[in-house]
Design a protein around this ligand. Sequence first.
Ligand code: FPP
Length: 248
Amino acid sequence: MPSTAEHKENIPEHIAIIMDGNGRWAKKHGKARVFGHRSGVKSVRSVTEGAAEIGVKYLTLYAFSTENWNRPRAEVTALMQLLVSTIAKETKTLSKNNIKLQAIGDLKSLPASCFQELNKAIASTANNSGMTLNLALSYSSKWEIMEAVKELLTDVKKGKIQDDEIDEAVFKNYLCTKEIPDPELLIRTSGEHRISNFLLWQLAYSELYFTDKLWPDFRKDDLLQAIDDYNKRERRFGKTSEQIATKK
Ligand code: FPP
């Protein structure tokens, strides 16, 4: 396995990750679920650092889904506190590594402390020009698509756009990810083979990589392994192998 410094393969511009398995990891170690989330932060650090080192431009992490609000209140509170403290603690390191922080999701539904800390970190890293770390918080893809449809309808009603002008490129501009290219690679940890309401539009042609490792055990070397696997795939976008070989 090459180290990040000598990793010379084709690096995806955008990698999205469903960080799953914190609860099972905690159970395996005889601890409360929140212990798994805390350990998961170490993986976030390692993977973010690794991705930035090898030249990934965008890293999107599914940190809290709309559906996660239905977890026991104590776990939701602990997760929100962990997000606030992690964001506050890591802002300086993000800037030291020239990383810009962004977030997608129904951010107004976050507790005020979380929303404020997040906005502070986004503002203080806004001029960094290296990798963008994009946190999906209170995010679900169906929510995002519905919001996009509503906003688009409003613009049609206002006459800002005509209904016969609506196409994929126009629709993309109403999504939270309008400024970001679609991910070439999606990674999901913990052995689950599901998309779980994450970036449904954006993942249309992404390569999917599943690993049995639980998120707190996933580190930058595992990221490199996922990229190695991605490099063995042939991305055809609906064309034939022959067309890809001759670049038609
Ligand atoms: C899924 O594991 C993980 C989450 C719902 C939370 C992810 C959050 C972190 C890793 C910590 C904070 C992150 C940042 C970006 C600062 P699970 O609880 O569903 O695990 P299980 O399926 O084993 O129960």
